[in-house]
Design a protein around this ligand. Sequence first.
Ligand code: ADP
Ligand code: LRH
Length: 480
Amino acid sequence: RRAEAFAAVDLGASSGRVMVGRVGPDTLELTQAHRFPNRPVLLPEGLRWDALALYTGVLDGLRAAGRVASVGIDSWAVDYGLLDADGNLLGNPVHYRDDRTRGIAEKVRATIPAEELYATTGLQHAPFNTLYQLVAAQGTAPLAAARRLLLIPDLIAYWLTGEQGTELTNASTTQLIDPRTRDWARPLADRLGVDLSIFPALRRPGDPAGFLSPAVLEATGLTGPVPVTTVASHDTASAVAAVPATNGERFAYICTGTWSLAGLELDAPVLTEESRAANFTNELGIDGTVRYLRNIMGLWLLQECLRDWGDPDLPALLREAASIPGPHAVVDAAHPAFLAPGRMPERIAEACRTTGQQPPSTRAGLTRCVLDSLALAHRRAIEEAQRLADHPVDVVHVVGGGTRNELLCQLTADACGLPVVAGPAEASALGNVLVQARAHGFVGDRPAARQLLSRTQSLPRYEPRGDRAPWDVAAARLAV
Ligand code: ADP
Ligand code: LRH
């Protein structure tokens, strides 16, 4: 068959993009139709997503994309919009970095102990899990008026098609799904007073999700019918679907962007007490897989430093950072203390002092501290995941925007003592495209899709340098 074009709407925490993927038997080409910033807004009521600006970006992108066989949508996890009885959006979706969930996890644990929560949902303990957001919202006017809750990609799909659903991989980040049954954890929701009937029916990657509405066709200049296909709508699930592992390879992955999500693709969840204590999450992937991973603060740390410094030239800063020998000062890059925005250089310096380390005195030094800290957190997550899941690996696939940071890739290889294969940078968009292409018969199963990726994408390889002793020393400085 000849190649066909698919549009991937991929909304990340720092930018949204509409990409066009052309897929054929030996073809996988991705081009950017439109990229737009995703700028959260701090209102008096709290930190909010600008859902209308994102939707406008999506429409502009679809117009620029032109004729495609289908459209798929993925975005960051856990957040949602509420609809009233008429299907209208109730307020601006709350940002997962908003502090409304402070103290809520403790409240939830008074009803359901942490051990039981983990054994039932397999989810990491993160303050922003949808469950905690919903408990925090209990008794508020928007939730009382809401008849529907749509996760962000499902909200965009609803606006494009008029049809509603809840996509499973993203639903698995709500802390309301049982990863063994891959269905709602109903008794748990009942005990916490969370009404699951607010969620529309579950859909799975590959399921049809309606057609662009006449109004959307007119706004984008497209000619219908244009189907929307359900993809792995959690951006990290789409990114893992696009890890270019070759057949039989024993691999770990790191999805690097605003976050670093580091872990393994497994056949079954790991729900042990040890896994809970290590704060690994069991989110769902395509084809019945489990994404067993740890959330690490990621390049958010660097983004926030750059913002504080008035956005200096990144390539120059990275060149300077690369010339500094390391690792010296490091911080715990998985620590939730770094979740909120603001004052990042100072907060990192404080964290250095708290662990008895001299904070770097220059911007390049602080940049190096962030990247060394990320490399160390990557190594720790990958080592612990292998042990907790009894699943050894020989190679680390790094995907996402962070692969454009060569220093981060090299430091990750050095710290892990394993080769790093870097790319694709637009993994979420490619995973989105590949799931659509598969649903429409243009690509085979998961191994075939991965073979296609490894044949067609440019994938630089980083061999580990030096010995790991300095990394052990740096890690010891963080051990409590
Ligand atoms: P998200 O999907 O979370 O919005 P991306 O996958 O787009 O994030 O990755 C964004 C990150 O990629 C930025 O924070 C930046 O650190 C990094 N990045 C992007 N381009 C470059 C580049 N040319 N050099 C170094 N880093 C880059
Ligand atoms: C990355 C991501 C991650 C979630 C976070 C809220 O974009 O989806 O997997 O934990 O956002």
